[in-house]
Design a protein around this ligand. Structure first.
Ligand SMILES: [Zn+2]
Length: 233
């Protein structure tokens, strides 16, 4: 299993390492609980990934789409030399998802591995949900992500800097919205100069623990299916 994190701005209230912290913690907990049963092995988290929606923000370190696709292909090439037959990308950063979906097919074709893409939580711009106070718009640094960080690493969260940043006008659209039938290209400072989208003011460590435990359980159960997945031919 290859966790994918990010080093990218998450607003003033969360650290650059947010996606790395969450992807790594969920992956480690899932491996602890389910790894022996499904014979899964954890690779070190890839921390630099495709974060160019935050290219405007100092501190964000991002790979281009071409570079990340090449890196994921290289990882697949190396794993294919081991007895492992399956490779799971465990992606903690929504900005990687479209590319990671491309990569699982490229790696399957080039290296013959059975490939999979899983997430600690599905973000609203990819069909996931977001609390009602965010109107389904909590894609970056919002209630859920901030809550998980309050649970995992409260010393890295500055709640006194958290404010509500919900794009109300887009939330009123039927089609052109996160998770709608029409996607739109966006940069995180398109919405507001602070570069986060959601409502971290509702975040709590209790909700974070609930979301974290749920993510570990869901991923562990998914690993059981991944371990025996075949195409049924
Ligand atoms: Zn994030």
């Amino acid at each position: 299993m290859q966790p994918l994190g990010a080093i990218e701005q998450h607003g003033p209230h969360l650290p650059l390492s947010t996606d790395t912290v969450i992807a790594t913690a969920v992956a480690e907990a899932a491996i602890d609980a389910y790894g022996d049963e499904v014979d899964a092995w954890l690779l070190p988290t890839l921390q630099y990934t495709k974060s160019n929606e935050h290219a405007w923000s100092p501190g964000t370190i991002w790979l281009s789409a071409d570079t990340l696709l090449s890196v994921l292909d290289d990882i697949g090439r190396c794993i294919a030399t081991t007895p492992a037959e399956r490779l799971v990308f465990f992606n903690g950063h929504g900005g990687n998802s479209a590319l990671a979906n491309v990569a699982i097919r490229e790696v399957r074709l080039a290296h013959g591995l059975r490939t999979f893409l899983a997430h600690p939580g599905v973000p609203p711009d990819q069909g996931g949900t977001s609390p009602a106070n965010e109107l389904g718009m909590g894609v970056h640094g919002g209630t859920d992500e901030t809550s998980i960080m309050l649970h995992l690493a409260p010393e890295l969260v500055r709640m006194e800097l958290a404010e509500r940043r919900v794009p109300e006008k887009i939330a009123m659209n039927q089609y052109v919205r996160f998770g709608g039938r029409v996607s739109f290209g966006w940069l995180s400072n398109d919405f507001n100069p602070d570069g986060y989208v959601g409502d971290p003011t509702h975040a709590t460590a209790e909700l974070g623990k609930e979301l974290f435990d749920g993510a570990v359980r869901a991923f562990g159960e998914a690993l059981r299916e991944i371990a025996v997945f075949d195409f049924g031919r």
